[in-house]
Design a protein around this ligand. Structure first.
Ligand code: ADP
Length: 268
């Protein structure tokens, strides 16, 4: 097994170019008659340098898949590969290090620290100290701050920023360590449509112009249309995908899913 302690900032790409791969991934909560099969054998690859959205009806397993990709939950069977590292074989300490060094997170609730300025929040992942912390690359920080339009806001605290600005700070924080994979969980769920569009545009630019890889869970067809590819889940299994998605194509695919799954609810 590869040690995660001394990884370079930009590890060599895996042979197949995938940033992350799920292989026969299953997750069952509970046992016996009460068991819930949240994932029923999912095989999916997330291309390096691509922006992928995960969509599906409520309860289809989107959050479970994202949590397993993040190493925040353990699989019942199957594998989760980040590059060539099998997360399902790592212990807690190695997973913590891997998350710190190789993953970035963007949450619906921004999750900024209120007492820190925007700049202090952004650089926080480089200041955690201890084994495996990534040193701050000031040039990269400057690029992020400019691309995200945060230059004039760096000294402000989160309470002095709009929701859209706070989420842009959170994106900069997610990207500051140049992670191999950025996982975004409903990143526009708390934003008005204009701020949401800005945030999605930045996520897309971070892929196209800054070479990052983003996987985003969303229930919003317009948000999903910013991605290069939409992966659809239904009842814990892959249920198709839409490449080069438009909002109309995504909506049609979700409607078709609902028709084939009469009990499925909203896409939330
Ligand atoms: P989605 O994000 O698509 O709404 P989830 O991944 O949250 O779906 O949930 C998939 C299924 O797993 C649902 O039936 C949900 O109720 C169940 N589930 C999720 N987390 C837990 C848990 N901690 N314990 C038991 N069941 C869970």
């Amino acid at each position: 097994m590869t040690s995660t302690a001394a990884l370079p900032a930009d590890p060599a790409p895996a042979a197949d170019g995938a940033a992350a791969t799920a292989v026969g991934l299953t997750k069952t909560y509970g046992r016996g008659p009460a068991a819930v099969h949240a994932l029923r054998g999912v095989d999916v690859s997330f291309g390096r340098g691509a922006f992928t959205a995960i969509m599906g009806p409520s309860g289809s397993g989107k959050s479970t898949l994202l949590h397993l990709l993040a190493g925040l939950d353990t699989a019942t069977s199957g594998q989760v590969l980040l590059g060539e590292t099998d997360l399902t074989r790592l212990g807690d300490t190695a997973l913590t290090l891997l998350r710190r060094q190789r993953l970035g997170f963007v949450f619906q609730q921004f999750n900024l620290l209120p007492v820190l300025t925007a700049e202090q929040n952004i650089v926080l992942p480089t200041e955690l100290g201890g084994r495996g912390s990534t040193p701050l690359d000031r040039e990269w920080l400057g690029v992020l701050v400019d691309v995200l339009g945060l230059r004039e806001r760096l000294a402000h605290r989160p309470s002095e920023l709009s929701g859209g600005q706070q989420q842009r700070v959170a994106i900069a924080r997610a990207l500051v360590t140049k992670p191999e994979l950025v996982l975004a969980d409903e990143p526009t769920g708390n934003l008005d449509s204009r701020s949401g569009a800005e945030v999605l545009d930045f996520l897309r630019r971070s892929v196209r112009e800054l070479g990052r890889t983003v996987v985003m869970v969303t229930h919003d067809a317009v948000a999903a249309s910013y991605a290069d590819r939409v992966v659809l889940l239904a009842d814990g299994a892959l249920a198709g995908e839409v490449t080069d998605p438009t909002p109309e194509a995504v909506t049609a695919a979700i409607d078709a899913l609902r028709t084939s799954l009469p009990t499925a609810g909203s896409t939330r």
